[in-house]
Design a binder for this molecule. Structure first.
Ligand SMILES: [Zn+2]
Length: 459
């Protein structure tokens, strides 16, 4: 299994931005002695990936080209760095399925080896990696993981549950990138926050008029999404309709479904009054939010990301295939749809949609590091078996732990190199074509689709 991983060193040597950081990295290694016995990880005899030079130009590009990470989430604040179980690095499971079972996955075995190499731990175990990171200087841990990811720009969805309480804001991540971080706005959270405000106002006024709730909420949501649409720090929108009510998104507007929307909003208000808890999970209301977003995104030219496929056990798998989105994709031909997470295990359906609709793009993220190495290679092959290579976008889905960015970048570069170098060897494409595909997948496609106007900056 790991033989495939005998590849060139993935990333250039660390470049320390300041003496403060240099001292932190030294402190990291010292604090975990003898974990940091080598000066540079990739010269370590314990590093299974170490090679003295790149074997070919394709490898040099695959392992050193700067990347745009088109979908990720914030890192935890230092004081909360151990708040969530670290097994979440390699699995979407929760509870005992996460703690007891995730360390026994191929993803965890490989992460153990790769993080052991990153931290300089000889003969690493999962527990040794966890202990090493717990003892480490957090700034240095973030720095070494993020710098080696060679990500030039991150598009951060900061609407993930727990971000406000435990994580850094999106701009904080600029310290690790050469271009400013931009936001992805999670629309269901915006819609919920505004609706809660509107309902609180209604309860204070002791009014239950659903027509006023719908009008006030609809107008304020429209205003806020349009404000985000014109905000240059916002790169796009994201919908989690997949988690809430499924990807069979209907065409819903006030004109076509006003009566039903008012009825559902009345029920929502009464439930909120009784329980003081609230979650936007009524199909017509959720689909209304997505339709409004798609219209505004079309007007402002910004893409809308959709969670598809792989997710935690909140998801109804049968409602997570992007094939269900065909009607809504057809209804909004001028809105850019980004299908996230390789749509795993529905990758081929997503590739088909991206192939036949000019406004659909396929993100091949989250499978790194959640799948085995063989699984990742298989998915990358499925992605490009039909989907045009100018429609594929890379992401880490990095979140909470800096190691998620490191593994997301390192493993994606390995899979791309393995798949494309094999195609070159078989004379299915030239090396020059393969190099262009890697540049497009890692950088150029996201740069164009999100209108970022960046130039690759090499460290
Ligand atoms: Zn995500």
């Amino acid at each position: 299994m790991e033989k495939r991983l005998v590849l060139p060193p993935p990333l250039p040597p660390l470049v320390y931005r300041s003496s403060r950081v240099r001292i932190q990295v030294k402190a990291l290694r010292k604090s975990c002695a003898p974990l940091y016995s080598s000066q540079y990880l990739f010269k370590s005899k314990h590093n299974p990936f170490a090679m003295s030079q790149y074997p070919d130009e394709l490898a040099r590009v695959a392992f050193s080209y700067p990347a745009i990470d088109n979908h990720a989430h914030p890192l935890l604040k230092e004081q909360h760095k151990d708040y969530f179980p670290f097994e979440g690095l390699v699995s979407e499971a929760s509870g005992s399925a996460l703690i007891q079972d995730a360390p026994h996955t191929m993803a965890a075995f490989r992460a153990t080896i790769q993080l052991g190499a990153l931290f300089g731990i000889p003969n690493p175990t999962w527990e040794a990696v966890k202990t090493g990171r717990q003892r480490a200087n957090y700034n240095a841990l973030c720095d070494i993981s993020m710098k080696r990811s060679n990500i030039q720009c991150i598009l951060i969805d900061d609407g993930l549950g727990g971000v406000k309480e435990f994580a850094e804001d999106y701009q904080w991540h600029d310290r690790f990138t050469r271009s400013p971080t931009k936001r992805i706005v999670r629309v269901e959270i915006v819609a919920e926050d505004i609706l809660k405000d509107v309902m609180n106002d209604m309860l204070v006024e002791n009014s239950l008029d659903p027509a006023i709730i719908l009008r006030n909420w609809g107008e304020r949501l429209d205003q806020e999404l349009r404000r985000c649409g014109s905000d240059p720090t916002v790169a796009g929108f994201k919908s989690i309709a997949c988690y809430r009510t499924g990807l069979d998104i209907l065409q819903v507007s006030v004109e076509s479904h006003g009566v039903e929307l008012k009825r559902l909003l009345t029920i929502t208000l009464l439930r909120y009054e009784a329980t003081k808890t609230f979650r936007l999970a009524e199909k017509l209301i959720n689909d209304f939010v997505v339709n409004l977003t798609l219209r505004i995104a079309q007007d402002c030219g910004k893409p809308v990301q959709f969670h598809t496929g792989l997710g935690d056990n909140d998801i109804s798998l049968s409602h997570a295939t992007p094939a269900l989105m065909q009607p809504i994709i057809k209804a909004f031909p001028n809105t850019k749809f980004i299908l996230l997470h390789s749509s795993y295990p529905f990758t081929r359906e997503a590739g088909y949609l991206a192939a036949v609709y000019p406004n659909v793009y396929l993100d091949f993220g989250e499978i790194f590091p959640f799948l085995s190495a063989d699984g990742q290679v298989s998915v990358v092959k499925q992605v490009i078996e039909l989907c045009p290579t100018n429609k594929i976008l890379w992401s880490t889905d990095g979140h909470w732990w800096p190691e998620s960015y490191y593994l997301g970048s390192h493993q994606a570069r390995q899979a791309l190199y393995e798949v494309l170098s094999t195609c070159v060897k078989r004379r299915e494409m030239t090396e020059a074509q393969a190099i262009e595909v890697i540049k497009a997948a890692l950088f150029e496609n996201s740069n164009r689709v999100y209108g970022l106007n960046l130039k690759p900056i090499f460290s």
